[in-house]
Design a protein around this ligand. Sequence first.
Ligand code: MF3
Ligand code: CO
Ligand code: CO
Length: 277
Amino acid sequence: MPSSEISIKSAADIEGMRIAGRLGSEVLDYITPFVKVGVTTGELDRLCHEYMVNVQGTIPAPLNYCPPGYTPYPKAICTSVNDVICHGIPGDRILKDGDSVNLDITVIKDGYHGDNSRMFLVGKPTILAKRLSEVTYECMWLGIAMVKPGAHLGDIGHVIQQHAEKNGYSVVREFCGHGIGKVFHEEPQVLHYGRPGTLERLEAGMIFTIEPMINVGRREIRMLPDGWTVKTKDKKWSAQWEHTVLVTETGYEVLTLSAGSPPPPDFIKAPAHAVAA
Ligand code: MF3
Ligand code: CO
Ligand code: CO
């Protein structure tokens, strides 16, 4: 696919996406203290939904979202616990000690989408869950660090796959990052595996997500009968982190940052625009 099919955002679009991105991240900041042993995923959804609508004046993009071949998504956020890879539907499930949950939040503000997710380790984390979450976080940031004009989407997929597999993990193939703007999911697809120098060339003004799903065991997935929830086939655990990223003239700008965002791993150098003159 030629890069010409990937939209280049205008200055006004970029400003709208900065606002939506920060708001999306602030929902995760807001919900963090509630992610505790004993809470249900449905309660986390209810709290986030109310915060978005009543405090932020944002719209939860997942609610009634209906891509081709799907039924409308019934809730405001995705809550993916343990062996759920993505798109877990909030409900009566009670989080228990040692669980690992991904909360994926997408807000719409003034028509623009801010899409991001974080992992939460509930109670006393197991070594396995902590390591899986940390390696997945590193995978996301290694991918982000590749972003600059002239780089290729395959460069991003490659570093993510290398790091996951070096740690004995596998990369989910069926779901990927995506272009985003006034549309929730648009071109390009951002694969989390691949070969350097392949696929589309990046240009300043592109905006897309990087959201690797990394499995402890095999990469194969299983779709639940609800038509949304995606689990690992081998029932081993999976983790995911997500940011929305802008390609700048000099590199990248992460749009989904806020006061509560975890810091990047130590191997990330601050992009030029963030360094004090
Ligand atoms: N936020 C998810 C993503 O990162 C998409 C969720 S679609 C939903 O692309 F309908 F499940 F919410
Ligand atoms: Co996304
Ligand atoms: Co998301």
